[in-house]
Structures are given as structure tokens and as C-alpha cells.
Design a protein around this ligand. Structure first.
Ligand SMILES: Cc1cc2nc3c(=O)[nH]c(=O)nc-3n(C[C@H](O)[C@H](O)[C@H](O)COP(=O)(O)OP(=O)(O)OC[C@H]3O[C@@H](n4cnc5c(N)ncnc54)[C@H](O)[C@@H]3O)c2cc1C
Length: 402
């Protein structure tokens, strides 16, 4: 294997965007950077593939947005026990297949000069004086910095002695035909009507090999014991049985379709995204624990890290600044806010929050704008906050979506 100064482990959106942003800023480093991906593209990644325009815009700004089949999304619907609301307008985001998206993004990265070694997995790493030695399935490499972009099961994170994380989610997804009651094909539906579930069901329109299907799933957060006051671990909730019941209510059979199960890691403070010469990015650090949204986060984190590396001497004292750069970034602040919403959304006060927000489509519209990377619509923001204040004062009943 040819040597490199920087080895990026993992070729998902975080690793690829790190490489792209780094080489956009420092094309002269092309010979000194390598990305190692254990699979070969196009490889499957279990993921519903809903990417807000916020993430897409980051790729466009790097001239790296790939041309892949997708379903354009212009509205979001949220069902709770209290009410169903829908908001949106214009292009908010898209649903793509990760198999196609990641392969096309890797092609864009290669076109920009990134060396990608496929079928090459990191096995172990040891930090020595002045370098990191990594052992891979294709040989040994000594480098000045290693980037852990290897996702939820990150070996780099484990090698640094960091815990897997206390905000873990289990997720089960399937692709099915349309069912009665599905929304229009430009709408993402979130179903949070089950009060005992720290999580939600989803129904997203998707395109599988050109066929118009629905990607449906259950996101179930499993907060470790003692992490959040009033939130018990949801280990007793059977993912498969609950998903089977959700599908059965729509006339669909879980056993008749391929079940895809995977974990997610929620972002937690304090963050430890760097140790010595090893830096973490994307889900190796953590993603939004409330919704499990992680593609845009991985892309934004990769962009931030790529730009940071472009101007950083490859020495531990300088690399250590990645922790504060990440924490103070737009993404770091956004993840901090989302982490703080965990208890209101899934903790003991959930019922009260749901009643206060019930029917508040104006605040959902603000959330849609955020997902789409747009400025918050001031009219909706004021209206939404006004409705919330009124509800807190009067407890007026919600308006139901027809
Ligand atoms: C069922 C499910 C549905 C989801 N739906 C959505 C959604 O709709 N929208 C959304 O925004 N997010 C969604 N997510 C979250 C999203 O998929 C992840 O947060 C996102 O992929 C993280 O990107 P990443 O680049 O950090 O890691 P990954 O995409 O996981 O990429 C890691 C890469 O590292 C490689 N790798 C791993 N170990 C090694 C090794 N030892 N050596 C070399 N390479 C290695 C892997 O092969 C992989 O290519 C979903 C997740 C799940 C599980």
C-alpha cells in the first residue's frame, strides 16, 4: 500500500466529504491523503436516505453534489396522539438510496483527486512517537493523522478507548409497496402516536431500482440506564413485533419483505472527537439522537473537518483544536440543542409538550425550513410561538388535519 500523511477510515458521507473538502482547499495534498473503505462501491448502507437540502447545499458548495435518482420532498407530516399536522413548500429535501448516493459521491471525490482504496478494512491502530501505525486487510501504513469516519461501529473510536455511547438507537426498516392511507409521494410522514415509544415510525417515498416504493421503519432510542432523569432504557420494547403491528395496521406483512436492522449513535456532550493524532467525524462522533438524522450531519461534519485539516499542522497539539472547532461550529451547536430536546420529546413531560404543540403547523414549518437549510420564515415563527404561548395560557384544543 502506498504511504500517506492522512488516512481517512470509512467512505460514507462523513469520510468522503472530509476528503473532498480537504482537497478542495489543498489540492496539493492529493498524493498525501488516502481513504480506506472496507466494502466496494456500490455497497449497501442500511438507511432511509432522507437528506434535507441543508446537507445537499454543503455538497453543492464543494461542487460535489452527485447526480443520483431521488424522490423530491416538499412537505413533512407529523402524527401525534393529539393531532396530525403537515407543513412545507418548495424543495425541502430528497430521498435517495445510499447504495447509489455513496458510490456517486465516491466518484465525485475521485474526480477531485482523492485516492480511495476499496475492499480495505482497518483492523487495528497504534499511536507511536510522531505517527500512527494502522494495520489493514491490505497491509500496514504509517501516517501523521488518522480520521475515524467509520460510522456507528467505529473501530477508530474503540481504539481510542472511547465508550460506544449512551444514546444508542435500534432501527428496523423495510421497503414495501404503497398502502392505503399513505401520504402523497412528496411527503415524509413521521408517526409518533405511540406514547411508550422513545422514537417514531416513518413512511418515506423511495425509488428502488426505478420502482416507486415506500421505505418504512421504526426508530427506537435506547438510552443507557441513568443517562437522562425519568427516561428508562427501552430495552424491553420488541422492535420487530412493534414494526409488524404497524405494518399489519396498513395491510402489510413484515415477514413478506426483507427486514433491515441497524444501530445509530446519538451525539452527547462532552464530545471527545480527537485524541493525539486520531480524529473522529460523522456518526463516529454521534448524530441527532431525537430523530436519528445523520446524513446531513455527516456531510457538514466532514466539510468542517476537511477545512480544518487543510490549515492545521499535523501535530497533536494543533490537531487537538478539532474538539473546540466542532463544538463551536453551527453543527456542534445544532447537535447540542437537539440533544437537549431529548427529555422534552421522550421523557416524562412528553405528554405536556405534545399537548402544547398539538396542531402547531407553523412551528413545523420552521422545522421544515431548518431541514431545508433556509432561514426560518419569520411569519410562521411568530405565529407558532404565539400559538404555543396561547396554549400554555389557555390549553385550547388542537385543530385536526383533514
Ligand atoms: C435504518 C436507518 C435509517 C436511517 N435513515 C436516515 C435518514 O433517512 N436520513 C438521515 O439523515 N440519516 C439516516 N440514518 C442515519 C445515517 O444513515 C447515518 O447517520 C450516516 O450514514 C452516518 O454517516 P457516516 O459517514 O458517519 O457513517 P456511515 O455512513 O456508516 O459510513 C461509514 C463507512 O465506514 C466503512 N467502514 C466501517 N468500518 C470500517 C473499517 N474498519 N475499515 C474501513 N472502512 C470501514 C463502512 O463500510 C461505511 O462505508 C439512518 C440510519 C439507519 C440505521
Amino acid at each position: 500500500m502506498r504511504g500517506a500523511d492522512i488516512a481517512i477510515i470509512g467512505g460514507g458521507p462523513a469520510g468522503l466529504t472530509t476528503g473532498i473538502a480537504l482537497l478542495r482547499a489543498r489540492p496539493d495534498l492529493a498524493d498525501r491523503v488516502v481513504l480506506l473503505e472496507k466494502a466496494r462501491y456500490p455497497r449497501e448502507k442500511i438507511c432511509a436516505g432522507a437528506l434535507g437540502e441543508r446537507g445537499w447545499q454543503v455538497l453543492e458548495s464543494l461542487d460535489a453534489a452527485p447526480n443520483v435518482p431521488h424522490v423530491p420532498i416538499s412537505a413533512i407530516r407529523l402524527d401525534t396522539r393529539q393531532a396530525s399536522i403537515q407543513a412545507g413548500g418548495g424543495l425541502l429535501g430528497r430521498v435517495l438510496r445510499r447504495k447509489e448516493f455513496d458510490a456517486a459521491l465516491a466518484d465525485r471525490a475521485r474526480a477531485l483527486g482523492l485516492r480511495i482504496e476499496e475492499g480495505c478494512a482497518l483492523e487495528s491502530l497504534v499511536e507511536n512517537e510522531g505517527s500512527v501505525r494502522i494495520e489493514t486487510t491490505s497491509g500496514v501504513l504509517d501516517c501523521a493523522a488518522v480520521i475515524g469516519a467509520d460510522g456507528v461501529g467505529s473501530k477508530v473510536r474503540r481504539a481510542l478507548g472511547l465508550p460506544v455511547g449512551r444514546l444508542r438507537a435500534m432501527v428496523l426498516e423495510v421497503d414495501t409497496a404503497a398502502a392505503p392511507g399513505d401520504p402523497a409521494r412528496d411527503v415524509l410522514r413521521f408517526d409518533a402516536t405511540q406514547p411508550d415509544l422513545p422514537g417514531y415510525y416513518w413512511d418515506f417515498p423511495t425509488l428502488v431500482d426505478g420502482e416507486a416504493l415506500w421505505c418504512r421503519g421504526l426508530y427506537l432510542l435506547r438510552v443507557a440506564e441513568g443517562t437522562e432523569r425519568g427516561m428508562a432504557p427501552a430495552d424491553h420494547i420488541p422492535l420487530k413485533e412493534r414494526m409488524a403491528a404497524y405494518l399489519a395496521a396498513r395491510g402489510l406483512d413484515l415477514d413478506a419483505v426483507r427486514n433491515k436492522r441497524f444501530a445509530e449513535r446519538g451525539w452527547e456532550a462532552p464530545v471527545h472527537p480527537v485524541q493525539g493524532r486520531c480524529l473522529l467525524v460523522g456518526e463516529a462522533i454521534g448524530i441527532d439522537p431525537v430523530t436519528g438524522e445523520g446524513i446531513a450531519q455527516a456531510i457538514e461534519c466532514g466539510r468542517d473537518l476537511g477545512r480544518f485539516l487543510a490549515r492545521c499542522p499535523l501535530e497533536p497539539a494543533a490537531l487537538a483544536r478539532w474538539a473546540s472547532v466542532h463544538r463551536r461550529s453551527r453543527l456542534g451547536r445544532d447537535l447540542w440543542v437537539r440533544r437537549s430536546l431529548l427529555r422534552p420529546c421522550y421523557g416524562p413531560d412528553r405528554d405536556r409538550l405534545e399537548r402544547r404543540l398539538a396542531g402547531n403547523a407553523a412551528l413545523l414549518s420552521v422545522g421544515c425550513a431548518h431541514w431545508a437549510g433556509r432561514a426560518p420564515p419569520i411569519g410562521d415563527l411568530l405565529k407558532g410561538l404565539g400559538q404555543l404561548a396561547l396554549r400554555m395560557l389557555t390549553g385550547a384544543p388542537p385543530r385536526q388535519l383533514q
